[in-house]
Design a protein around this ligand. Sequence first.
Ligand code: AMP
Length: 227
Amino acid sequence: MDNGRVFGRLFPAMDIVILLGAPGSGKGTVAARLVAADSSLMHVSSGDLLRGAVSRGTEAGREAKAFMDAGKLVPDALIARMIADVVASAPAGATMLLDGFPRNLAQADILDETAAAAGAKIRSAVMLDVPDEVIFDRIAGRLTCPQCKAGYHAKNLPPKKEGVCDKCGAALVVRKDDNPETVKDRLAVYHSQTEPLAARYEAAGLLRKVPGTGPIDGIAAAFRAAM
Ligand code: AMP
């Protein structure tokens, strides 16, 4: 009997909900809403893990930086190690909203192995469906809090005080990779490498699709129902 099964009866295994969707489709915003309303949920963003490593100047961060600035995927092994650490240390009974990983089929294989090793179960893969034109518009006004990671939009979701995070008071920034040229590259990477994951999770009976346009409360509610 493995540990997952031994502990499974006393402490329910961790569930993983994969957030699929293009950059700027609202994965982080939806996850933040859901986590604020339910303390059993935890949001893990691969992009935030990588940006944290870059700003701390770790070896992984130094390796990742050039890929990220160019809108390309960092090497699978680099991000896979970070995700494995988070999954292994997550509390039993939690539901992890995994945002930004997997990004390609090889990473989906890695996640299957990581989850199995930690006794965690992939519950669903929920895709936020947003047309590319809307993505460009959203990313053009996107503002991010470098401290607490809250997301804003100059027009659609402005902070109460211009340039200042409502939640922690830090100065908001425009992400370096949120410029139109890099966004084009990130969307191309998404369509060629990440979108094919939908078929994989559909075949496994795990795929749910949620329209990612309209008022954020409605999107978050539809996401919650789907996951
Ligand atoms: P995101 O915040 O999810 O848009 O990610 C920002 C950048 O981090 C991406 O453009 C990639 O360079 C890198 N990144 C994030 N997640 C992954 C991943 N799973 N695999 C490879 N690169 C990633």
